[in-house]
Design a protein around this ligand. Structure first.
Ligand SMILES: [Zn+2]
Length: 229
């Protein structure tokens, strides 16, 4: 029997690296997709490339899609990235780092690629625990997108298979994601999480993403290999 293919969204962060490792561990031939979407920096795309090489994907494509044209987020417009926020503030509402409809857009393009490849399995490293502010990281959203995927495609309508959106991390804490990634052989030293790195590409240490990453490593009892001097 031929190996089943899966499309995995890979951002270069630690969550998507772990999601990719889960797809690989589940026996899928992995087709990775990243986006050059007008994010503040290219460091995360470099990280995505490193992660895809290390986990030996069958193919990695980078889609050019400039979301700066619509803006509306601290990641895609000239809006400052919030720094030094405590967890109470972070969980109080939808943060300005939310990129309007981003996961809907990304999953839609991943779905198109999956249909082309004859794949019915998509993986996305969304998480609804540590950072519950993002509407497009919730299980309800994923379930709705899965329904859409089966209605929106030729192969879905013709009954050639059923699309499944895999979210292996959705109920895990950051520390649990890190432990699982280590178990699966992910080198987190290759990943990049910061929303607003220095001009040299070093993490700022103060944005929500840096703070949650540091907390995750601390709770997992590990040091972050990406912070080596
Ligand atoms: Zn940062």
């Amino acid at each position: 029997m031929a190996t089943k293919r899966a499309v995995i969204l890979v951002s270069g962060g630690l969550d998507s690296a772990t999601a990719l490792a889960e797809a690989r561990a589940a026996g899928f031939e992995c087709y990775a997709m990243s986006f050059h979407y007008g994010q503040r920096h290219d460091e995360e795309l470099a990280a995505a490339g490193r992660v895809c090489d290390a986990l030996r994907v069958a193919k990695h494509v980078v889609i050019d899609l400039n979301l700066r044209s619509i803006g509306g987020s601290a990641l895609t417009a000239d809006i400052e990235v919030p720094k030094h926020r405590d967890e109470g503030t972070m969980s109080a509402g939808i943060p300005v780092t939310y990129v309007p409809a981003r996961n809907t857009v990304f999953l839609s393009i991943a779905l198109g690629w999956a249909e082309t490849l004859g794949a019915f399995d998509l993986f996305i490293g969304v998480n609804a625990v540590d950072y519950s502010g993002y509407p497009d990281c919730r299980p309800e959203f994923i379930a709705a997108f899965e329904t859409l995927a089966n209605l929106a495609t030729q192969v879905g309508v013709e009954g050639k298979g059923r699309f499944q959106i895999h979210t292996p991390l959705i109920r895990l804490t950051k520390a649990e994601i890190i432990r699982r990634g280590v178990e699966l052989g992910v080198d987190f030293g290759l990943t990049h999480s910061c929303y607003d790195p220095t001009p040299e590409g070093r993490p700022c240490g103060a944005c929500d993403s840096c703070i949650l990453r540091a907390k995750g490593f601390a709770e997992a009892g590990l040091s972050d290999p990406a912070l080596k001097p």
